[in-house]
Design a protein around this ligand. Structure first.
Ligand code: FES
Ligand SMILES: [Fe+2]
Length: 480
């Protein structure tokens, strides 16, 4: 036996051990890690660990997500007839009564199961088409008209219904324990002066987490969005930035810092636990000075079932964020948004040649198998998000309530998504990449930390502090 045969012998022993001892369970939990060319035959697929991904009834992540208000549909999707929707693997209907109240309930009539999408909205709720049972929006049964008047059946039953809230063109449902219903959280980005929110949604035929965690994967912007085919957004995205990730009072942010032609561009996307995310201006190129430029997209990744999710949220249209007016409100709505590669509506062959976010994420399998991944330094944000989600799951398991920040600024909860472009020169001596890392960190300190978080004029205070920081830093790195 020579030394080059050792790996083969070890591999062979390993395979024989599993084949002949029948230890399939061990293989199922062992990472596939092939080291030889043409070794596809040995590519055993380990079972998927569904702790973070499964959302249907009885799952841990489903229990966590149910404790937050979740968007179910765009208000414009609800017409005169009930809308069939699905959340957490449950078939439901969403309807508007003749008096304008919203109802969200199990799709199947409690009598004999006819779908209430064929029901007729009434003043108080919906009437089933089959035998006329009349259900209130809160699930009370108002009439069972085929029964004798003395029947008390309707007083003993309730249909499964969930609380609903309409807010700025979106309809939210609360699916958790009724006694734990939280206040509807209002974040500062919902009400930025001069900002217009345009609702949109896109259905993804894959698990929710692989779509959500993309927001904490800034490296994909360099490759998928810029270098691999063509610049989906701006060329500035193609420079691999200095990358860091940090926790915030509501979740986490990424911090990417790049030197552009005119200065230093720091960008942070925001994850607000567990499944809300905010993304900066999509066509940002770091070519104009700005301090704490705000949000381009606010979006939830909503769990339809284990293998389907829906992005629902708003595109923000603000003249400061998008000074050139490059976007198009008319392209945002039901199953569409106004930037490249976000849905599966392009021809398959075109998506193969010029893939976008939708294609990259959906094709990670119906539920991405974390046991098959080989995570690298580029995936630090994804790892951190998974760790924070696990922490929240442990809270639910021990009976604690999940966190929502109690800090308010101008009546709303602060968020941290931003683009900041500063006129900072290169250092006279020393490593520019280290300087960029430091700038990203220090600008994020100014945005995330400090007693001014709760100030009425927090954005203004942050902007002033950034300008002062730029002056001080330029004086420090290039003293006269
Ligand atoms: S099935 Fe709905 S009333 Fe009979
Ligand atoms: Fe992307």
């Amino acid at each position: 036996m020579n030394r080059s045969e050792i790996p083969y012998i070890i591999t062979s022993l390993w395979c024989n051990y599993h084949l002949f001892k029948g230890c399939r369970q061990i293989m199922a939990t062992t990472k596939s890690f092939l080291t030889e060319p043409y070794s596809g035959y040995h590519n055993d697929i380990p079972d998927n660990n569904l702790e973070l991904t499964a959302v249907e009834r009885g799952s841990k992540m489903g229990e966590l997500l149910r404790r937050y208000w979740q968007p179910v549909a765009l208000a414009e999707e609800i017409g005169e007839t009930p809308l069939a929707v699905r959340m957490f693997g449950e078939d439901l209907v969403l309807l508007r009564t003749k008096k304008g109240e919203l109802g969200l309930m199990d799709r199947h009539c409690p009598h004999r199961g006819t779908s209430l999408e064929y029901g007729l909205p009434t003043d108080e709720g919906v009437r089933c088409c089959y035998h006329g049972w009349h259900l209130a929006v809160d699930g009370r049964i108002l009439e069972t008209p085929g029964d004798p008047p003395i029947s008390t059946l309707k007083d003993k039953l309730c249909h499964a219904a969930y609380p609903v809230k309409e807010y700025r063109g979106l309809v939210f449902g609360y699916f958790g324990p009724p006694e734990e219903i939280p206040e509807f959280p209002v974040y500062d980005s919902y009400d930025i002066p001069g900002d217009k929110l345009v609702s949109y949604c896109i259905t993804y035929p894959c698990n929710w987490l692989q779509v959500h965690e993309n927001v904490m994967d800034p490296a994909h912007a360099v490759f998928l969005h810029t270098r691999v085919t063509f610049s989906h957004f701006t060329d500035a995205w193609g420079l691999l930035p200095e990358m860091e990730f940090r926790e915030t009072p509501t979740g986490m942010i990424y911090i990417t810092t790049r030197r552009t032609e005119d200065g230093v561009w720091v960008r942070s996307n925001d994850i607000i636990m567990p499944n809300l995310a905010q993304v900066g201006y999509v066509l940002e190129g770091g070519d104009r000075l700005k301090e704490f430029g705000r949000v381009g997209i606010t979006r939830w990744t909503t769990p339809i079932d284990n293998e389907t999710c829906r992005i629902i949220g708003w595109r923000h249209f603000h003249p400061d964020v998008n000074p050139d007016g490059l976007h198009n409100e008319a392209d945002c709505g039901i199953e569409k948004v106004d930037f490249f590669g976000q849905s599966g509506d392009r021809p398959y062959t075109e998506r193969q040649r010029l893939p976008g976010d939708f294609d990259a994420q959906v094709s990670q399998r119906p539920i991405a198998n974390h046991n098959l991944e080989h995570l690298t330094v580029c995936d630090k944000g994804v790892m951190m998000l998974r760790r924070l989600l696990r922490k929240e799951l442990r809270k639910i398991e021990s009976g604690e309530r999940p966190n929502v920040s109690s800090v308010k600024s101008n009546g709303a909860i602060p968020t941290y998504c931003h683009d900041t472009v500063m006129d900072i020169c290169k250092p006279g001596s020393g490593d520019d990449n280290e300087l960029l890392l430091r700038i990203g960190r220090e600008v994020s300190d100014l945005i995330v930390d400090g007693d001014y978080q709760s100030a009425q004029d927090r954005p203004e205070q942050i902007r002033k502090r950034i300008l002062r920081y730029v002056d001080d830093l330029n004086a420090e790195i290039n003293p006269k």
